[in-house]
Design a protein around this ligand. Structure first.
Ligand SMILES: C[S@@+](CC[C@H](N)C(=O)[O-])C[C@H]1O[C@@H](n2cnc3c(N)ncnc32)[C@H](O)[C@@H]1O
Length: 331
């Protein structure tokens, strides 16, 4: 299965995806950052600058759409989500953050429906709304199905925090649909190899192992289990995999998600797929995939990306994608 949908993910989830059909969902929705995101063009010095073409907006306001989706959440199948959303509206009133959370609540309910019993979800967000999103996920998935809050620490981004500390991490909220789910522990290289004492069982007592010269023996350990802090660089403008799509995530980050929480042949869904990093990781590791995005530029970038990375890959694009300005420009 390799399907790419152009359009609003709420409609596509409701109309196209049957219940219990997906094994893993990764979503990297807008973060409520109150800005619009332009395609980036590469400069001669290897830097980047906005190319003047808007890829998507992350600006929210309470309006007709928020009111409609709020009503749908309240009348929907998930009572906890309905109670929580109503309570949040009581506190946050009809402002941008509430419009954003209603948008997310409606979609998380559908995502929960399409996930199989053994499926997992990773919601990529940051401190702008992570506290509210965790409440919503507890309501939709059940608090008992919360697995991890993963911190992606991107140590190579130096944003100058003038009146607060500089931000250098995002969060991935990891939930599963039930207590029985796919999980493969992963290992990564240590920054510094570690010396570990060799031990042996001598007549039921664990003792340090010694060599013929009587010296204690060690082994060098060069890797470790991946824990919940993922130290990985974010993409720099000159990075080989950089496509110029704003907010593009590193392929290595998505490979971790795919390898930890799915098996070959499983179906991975990214309902806010942007330039298709999740789909690329899924294809690379033999998983099926479904990507959805409302931006024509995103869909065109995904098509170009996948055809370049996997020659002859056979996927279907659904929806009529309008013709746009050229994707990339080099100044
Ligand atoms: C933060 S970006 C995702 C970036 C992606 N993870 C990547 O590596 O390229 C969020 C994406 O969500 C899309 N989006 C926003 N609202 C949407 C909606 N209602 N339905 C589908 N896509 C939506 C935007 O067009 C944008 O491409």
């Amino acid at each position: 299965m390799r399907e790419l949908y152009y359009g609003d993910n709420l409609e596509i989830l409701r109309q196209e995806l049957p219940g219990e059909s997906i094994d893993l969902v990764y979503l990297d929705p807008p973060f409520n950052s109150n800005r619009s995101y332009d395609l980036l063009s590469t400069t001669r010095g290897g830097g980047s600058r906005p190319a003047g073409i808007t890829a998507f907006q992350d600006v929210w306001a309470w309006g007709e759409r928020a009111e409609r989706e709020y009503g749908e959440v309240l009348r929907g199948p998930n009572e906890n989500a309905a109670h929580l959303t109503a309570a949040l509206r009581g506190v946050l009133q009809d402002g941008p953050i509430m419009a954003y959370l209603v948008m997310m609540a409606a979609r998380l309910i559908e995502i929960h429906r399409v996930l199989r019993g053994g499926g997992s979800l990773y919601l990529h967000c940051d401190g702008s709304a992570s506290h509210y999103l965790k409440l919503l996920l507890d309501a939709v998935f059940g608090h008992e199905n919360f697995r991890n809050e993963i911190v992606w620490h991107y140590y190579n981004k130096f944003s100058a925090g003038k009146r607060s500390f500089a931000k250098n991490f995002d969060q991935l909220l990891f939930y599963t649909k039930s207590g029985r789910y796919t999980f493969h522990p992963l290992r990564e290289k240590r920054e510094q190899p570690m010396r570990q004492l060799l031990r042996e069982n001598v007549d039921g007592v664990l003792k340090n192992k010694k060599g013929p010269d009587g010296k204690v023996l060690y082994r060098e350990v060069t890797d470790k289990k991946v824990d919940a802090v993922w130290r990985m660089p974010c993409l720099q403008p000159a990075a080989k995999e950089m496509l110029g799509y704003p907010t593009q995530k590193p392929l290595a980050l998505l490979e971790r998600v795919v390898l930890a929480s799915s098996n070959p042949g499983d179906v991975v869904l990214d309902p806010f797929c942007g330039c298709g990093t999740t789909l690329h990781a899924a294809e690379l590791h033999g998983r099926g995939w479904i990507g959805i995005d409302i931006s024509p530029l995103a869909i065109r970038t995904v098509e170009e990306r996948l055809l370049r990375a996997f020659s002859g890959v056979d996927f279907t694009t659904h929806g009529t994608v309008p013709v746009q300005a050229p994707l990339r420009s080099t100044a």
